[in-house]
Design a binder for this molecule. Sequence first.
Ligand SMILES: [Zn+2]
Ligand SMILES: [Zn+2]
Length: 381
Amino acid sequence: MAEQDLYKVLGVAKDASQDEIKKAYRKLSKKYHPDLNHEPGAEDKFKAVNEAYETLGDPQKRAQYDQFGSTGGQQQGFGGGAGGFGGQDFGGFGGGGFEDIFSSFFGGAGGGGRRPNPTAPQQGRDLQYEMTLKFEDAIFGKKTNITYNREEQCETCHGSGAKPGTSPVTCSKCHGSGYIQVQTNTPLGRMMSQQVCDVCHGTGKEIKDKCATCGGSGHTEQSHSIKVTVPAGVEEGQQMRLQNQGEAGANGGPYGDLFIIFRVEPSDEFERDGATIYFKLPIDFVQAALGDEVAVKTVHGDVKLKIPAGTQTGTTFRLRGKGAPRLRGNGNGDERVTVSIQTPTKLNKGQKEALKTFAKASGKSVAGNGKSSLFDKLRGV
Ligand SMILES: [Zn+2]
Ligand SMILES: [Zn+2]
C-alpha cells in the first residue's frame, strides 16, 4: 500500500487547527462509514481516515509525526535491515503503516496484510454428505431424498441476531470496522497492530437485545431435506456439488455448498473400473473344448455369448455397450467376460470311462489312481 500523507487523508492543511482536524475526521468517517457507504473502497478509506485521526487528533502524536515527516521515510529505514528497529518508538505512527511493513517483511505479497472485511457478506460453510449407493444404483443413477442438519438463517430475526423490533447498532468500540488498534511492546519497539474487535468479534455490529431463538448468532441448526438426483455412472469417491445446500452465510451472505461424496457398495458378481465392468464366467472343460453358446450376466440383463471351440481359461471376451454409462460421454462402456475353465470334482463311472477313452484317443495313458492325480494329469493334457 502506498504511504499516505495523513493530512491529505483528512483533507486538511499542515497547519490546520485541532478543531479543523476533528471536523474533517467527523465528516469523512461519516461519509465512508461501512454502514452508510457500500461503494468499493469506502471501507479502506474509512480505515485510513480513522488511522490518520488517531495520529493527527492527538497533539503529541501529531507533533511526533510532523517531526519525522511522512511514514514513507520510516519505511525505507526498515528495508535497510533490522538495525533500524532498535529502540525506536514507532507507537506514534498509524498502525496501518506498520502492518504493511510487517507483511512485506515477513514475505507477504506486495500490498498484502489485507484482512478479510469482517462486516462484508460471507458465504456459509460447505458441508459434506457421504451417500452409500448399491452397485446398480451407481450405474443407473437414482432419485432420492437426503436429510441432514445445517445452520440456517434464524427465522425469528432473519439472520440479524437482534430481538424482533430491534436492530444491531454500529459497534461502539471499533466504529463498525471490526478491528481495533492494539499497542504492544516488542524488543523492536512499541508496535501498533490490528486485532479483531473484542466487543463485536469482528462483525462491526453490537446487538443490545439478542434474539431469543438464536441467542444473537443469527443462525439456528435445522434439519434440512433435499432431493438428490444421483447421475448414472457415478463411481466410488466421486463428488457432486449442490449449490447453496451448505450452511447459512454471515452478514447476509449466501449459503455454502453441499458436497455429496459417493460410496459404492461392491457387487458379489461384478467388478467395475470406470465404465468397464468385469465378470468372471465359469465354463466346464467340455464347453471350452467343443465350443458353446452361453447366457452371460450383465447389469443390463443376460446376454448370449458364443464360446469358440478350444477356448483357454483366462480368455476374455468383450460385450460391447454392456458396461456402465460414461458420466461425461456417450453410451456405455463394455463388459469384459473372462472365462475360467472348471474341472469337475465328482465323476460318475460313465464320465470316468469317457475320459479314459478320451485320453486313449489322444494317445496318452492316464493312471487314474484317485481323484486329484487323475485331474492333475488331465489338466496337463
Ligand atoms: Zn435469531
Ligand atoms: Zn467492534
